[in-house]
Design a protein around this ligand. Structure first.
Ligand code: C5P
Length: 472
């Protein structure tokens, strides 16, 4: 039997742990990870010394295919921000460890005013990275490693200032650099004075961060550190933060939509005229993306089919990028069967009947080219009218500039949707491309007018209603 080196031994131990946790057969792991069914057997027999490249590939594959086990074995990078709630972060460390996580800690400059790196380091059982001391050692090289090795980044407490920095992508300290560089989900636990929390600037930043796929836990209502100051702004309790972290790591599979498959369309479509020109509209995709993110946070298995947008793919959501209405329909049908379909995309009603293969030119006559249009498929109506695999709940949106309810009800019938969410997109409402939305939920039985709220809140409320539909 060949001598196994320590690196190969550690590699095999990782593989055995993965196999045990997933119940997967060794041959399948080898085949799917590196197209080599004999790999694990060779390693066990010690007849093979794996190279660094092979080990990296297998580890990357295992990381992607890890079973849903919440926080166990996950590396959580906890950023302790400045603020009186920082003392609670020590309890967060302990609870994360109790849940089986490996905790790494960054303390921001301001956090030093509230807790000492020594206390945090003693609890975390390791070095605490700080913006104060590690600029050379960590900021230049280490932040990429910290970012890459994290399975989850938790910022607790997240101050108003920190959220403003994250919303604008600032990376002038270790925390900003790590959050920009990581591909792991990011969870923020805001804590601040209620007036600061409700300030439009903070709420704008929250909406931007949510749009980028950042998750939030809290803040909660309660008495603040300052005497006589009550309202929303208190940091979520450590137990709640750890539960949110675990849900995020297990794909939220414990949420109210656990086990449900959801298909969401979002964004505009682009319908080509020639190789450089297309027909489009002003949809930003924010509402659709927020619904996909909210459904995933509620535990659903979500496929988001999106037209061209500038938003990040929501974490934990299988995102399919398309350009045209026809591609969108194809991707939606490929994602069926599903329990719920939410068609939010602003699909172009028409496309040019022919796409010119070369750029259309002015011909000198002064006459514009004659463009002929044909109607695009109606994705919502196609899904609503399906005989087989029709989702149990088909939800459409109706963007209107007048007579919301009448047009909404008409759309409900015509497209055979179960619900229509009608929203006012007249320019003075600012819904198209904006942060807020004001909607009316139309069902065959009733109409509900919801107050003006952020698109993220519309998404959360809609997802709650969807979950109730399945409880009934
Ligand atoms: O008819 P209208 O475009 O107002 O309908 C809006 C609803 O229908 C939205 O839910 C939108 O996503 C969906 N729709 C669609 N395919 C189209 C046009 C609209 O799915 N071609």
């Amino acid at each position: 039997m060949a001598e196994t080196e320590p690196a190969a031994k550690a590699f095999l131990a990782d593989i055995e742990a993965f196999l045990q946790a997933s119940g997967m057969a060794p041959a399948r792991l080898g085949r799917e990870a590196v197209n080599d069914p004999g790999l694990v057997f060779d390693l066990r027999a010690g007849s093979r010394s794996p190279g660094a490249d092979l080990m990296d590939r297998v580890r990357a594959w295992m990381a992607e295919n890890r079973p849903n086990d919440g926080l166990a074995g996950r590396t959580v990078l906890l950023v302790i921000g400045g603020g009186i709630a920082a003392y609670k972060a020590l309890d967060v460390i302990r609870r994360l460890q109790d849940a089986g996580a490996i905790v790494r800690v960054i303390m921001t400059r301001a956090a030093h005013e509230f807790v000492t790196p020594l206390a945090a380091g003693a609890l975390a059982g390791g070095h605490v990275y700080t913006d104060l001391f590690d600029r050379d050692a960590e900021h230049d090289v280490g932040h990429i490693r910290l970012a890459r090795e994290a399975d989850l980044v938790v910022v607790a407490p997240a101050t108003a200032d920190r959220m403003a920095g994250l919303a604008t992508g600032r990376s002038d300290d270790l925390t900003g650099a790590v959050v920009l560089a990581t591909r792991a989900p990011v969870l923020l636990a805001p804590a601040m004075n209620p007036a600061m929390w409700t300030h439009p600037a903070t709420q704008r930043n929250v909406a931007i961060l949510r749009g980028d796929g950042v998750r939030f836990v809290g803040p909660r209502r309660g008495e603040m550190a300052e005497k006589g100051e009550a309202g929303v702004g208190r940091m979520a309790e450590p137990a709640e933060i750890v539960t949110a972290a675990a849900d995020l790591m297990s794909g939220g599979s414990s949420g109210p939509l656990a086990g449900k498959r959801v298909v969401v369309t979002s964004g505009p479509t682009h319908e080509p005229i020639d190789p450089v020109r297309y027909i489009a509209n002003r949809s930003s995709g924010r509402q659709g993306h927020a619904i996909a993110a909210a459904a995933a946070a509620a535990g659903a298995d979500v496929t988001l089919v999106t037209g061209p947008v500038t938003l990040a793919d929501p974490p934990g959501v299988a995102t399919v990028h398309v350009e045209t209405a026809r591609q969108m329909l194809e991707a939606v049908e490929a994602a069926l069967p599903a329990d719920i379909a939410v068609m939010v995309a602003a699909v172009a009603d028409w496309r040019a009947s022919e796409t010119a293969s070369a750029k259309l030119k002015k011909d000198g006559s002064g006459a514009p080219p004659a463009l002929a249009f044909v109607e695009n498929p109606d994705i919502l109506a196609t899904v609503g009218h399906r005989e087989t695999d029709r989702p149990h709940l088909v939800v459409g949106f109706a963007a209107e500039t007048a007579d919301l309810v009448r047009y909404g009800q008409d759309k409900l019938k015509r497209k055979r949707a179960d619900w229509i969410v009608a929203n006012d997109v007249s320019p003075q409402g600012g819904a198209m491309g904006g942060d807020d939305n004001e909607v009316v939920l139309i069902t065959p039985e009733a109409t509900e007018t919801w107050p003006r709220m952020s698109k993220a809140d519309v998404a959360d409320r809609l997802v709650t209603r969807m979950a109730e539909e399945f409880e009934a």
